[in-house]
Ligand binder design. Structure first.
Ligand SMILES: [Zn+2]
Length: 99
């Protein structure tokens, strides 16, 4: 698979949570990504995706991988577009199956 953040070759490593992916990327390291987060990352620019991963890394709990969720992405977009519309409402309906 390709890394959802940078597009490099990456692996989906074992996750105990079936609703999330655990990505191992040579560029970005290990991080978790839930289905909503994966869907919402798609339309973002590469620099926005890196910003989202950076936010997840800053917010991570000790002993856990960074986790990208829809909330992470909304937080980053609100920070970069303080006068923007409701980002959550503008995202496509969520329908991502784990493959
Ligand atoms: Zn990557």
């Amino acid at each position: 698979m390709k890394c959802p953040v940078c597009g490099s070759g990456a692996r989906d490593i074992a996750s105990s949570d079936p609703a999330s992916l655990s990505i191992r990327c040579l560029v970005d390291g290990d991080y978790d990504l839930d289905a909503e987060g994966a869907r919402a990352l798609g339309p973002l620019s590469p620099s926005e995706r890196q910003g989202v991963l950076s936010a997840a890394i800053r917010a991570k709990q000790p002993g856990h991988r960074p986790r990208i969720t829809l909330a992470t992405i909304i937080g980053v977009r609100r920070a970069s577009e303080p006068a923007g519309e409701d980002v959550a409402a503008s995202l496509a309906p969520l329908n991502l199956e784990r493959s």
